[in-house]
Ligand binder design. Structure first.
Ligand code: RIB
Ligand code: CA
Length: 304
């Protein structure tokens, strides 16, 4: 039995973030060292509250460290934009609840760096929101670039259109400067973008079945994803993109993906701001294809 993968999930929960975190809580091939929170789907204070609530729901005794409230350079987007997709409180129609747990004193960037220092070369950082905290950890801690094993991020759209503009995916659109810094850092980095995450979808029936099999976690995800799935259905799709779960699964099952090594850069201004451009920039790994049925099966069957 191979050793579980030591992982930190940097997150802006967020409906599909909740799917990813509850999945990680069930996958014994993951040793979840902690969650770090970032603005994005909701303001960072709500992201922290929601991350703590997911730890309550999954009985996760792990640190939750709060991170950035805004992008590295740009002004934050109007929260109403993301609220249209994830709900004002981040879990769709599910009302907010005060978590039993409290966040760490350490902020996200310091937590990432101290975990990587404690386990040099062992920790995978899975970023499923704007990658602002990871760039801050690189700026603040000179040893982080050598201690962190790899960065796997949900974001970007290499050879497909974006989902916020025709060019840019939401996470990269909100903080392209942070992604540019991460790509230039030299840390082994894998992009799990819309090229693959829009091939891995979950339908209402999938979540209803999940709720039948696991009334607690599945029931929560079914309720939280109701309106989120509706947005995809309104675009003529049968289900929602399992964006963040796909990134977490890529950390432990890369063989489900077709991965290429290519130069990758990010557009930082103009009409195409936030676009991830293959073909020039720093070397990165890009998910170009995915065995969608196998990924979907792994996600939904992990809950028992
Ligand atoms: O574009 C999808 C990404 O943006 C996902 O991480 C989703 O949670 C939002 O953060
Ligand atoms: Ca997210």
């Amino acid at each position: 039995m191979p050793k579980p993968t030591k992982m930190i999930i940097d997150t802006d929960p967020g409906v599909d973030d909740a799917m990813a975190i509850l999945y990680a809580a069930h996958d014994t091939s993951i040793e979840l060292l902690g969650l770090t929170t970032v603005f994005g789907n909701v303001p960072v204070e709500k992201a922290t509250r929601n991350a703590l609530r997911l730890c309550d729901l999954a009985d996760l005794e792990i640190p939750v460290a709060e991170g950035a409230a805004k992008p590295s350079v740009f002004a934050p987007l109007d929260p109403a934009e993301a609220a249209r997709i994830h709900g004002a409180e981040g879990f769709g129609p599910v009302p907010p609840e005060t978590p039993q747990r409290t966040p760490t004193e350490e902020d996200a960037a310091d937590f990432m760096a101290s975990m990587a220092r404690r386990y040099p070369g062992e920790v995978t950082l899975c970023a499923i929101g704007p990658i602002t905290n990871v760039a801050e950890a690189l700026r603040r801690h000179a040893d982080f670039v050598d201690n962190i094993a790899k960065i796997i991020f949900m974001g970007g759209a290499a050879y497909v259109p974006g989902n916020v503009t025709p060019y840019a995916e939401a996470n990269t659109y909100q903080d392209p400067h942070a992604l540019a810094e991460v790509l230039a850092s030299g840390v082994p980095t894998l992009m799990v973008g819309l090229d693959v995450t829009m091939q891995t979808t979950g339908s209402r029936d999938d979540f209803a079945e999940l709720a039948r099999r696991h009334p607690d976690h599945g029931g929560f995800l079914e309720r939280a994803s109701d309106a989120y799935i509706g947005i995809y259905e309104a675009r003529g799709l049968t289900g929602c993109g399992l964006h963040d779960p796909a990134a977490v699964i890529a950390c432990v099952k890369p063989d489900l993906f077709e991965i290429t090594q290519e130069p990758l850069s990010v557009v930082l201004d103009g009409e195409q701001v936030g676009r991830t451009l293959p073909g020039h920039g720093s070397e990165a790994q890009i998910c170009r294809g995915v065995d969608a049925p196998k990924l979907k099966k792994r996600f939904f069957s992990m809950f028992g």
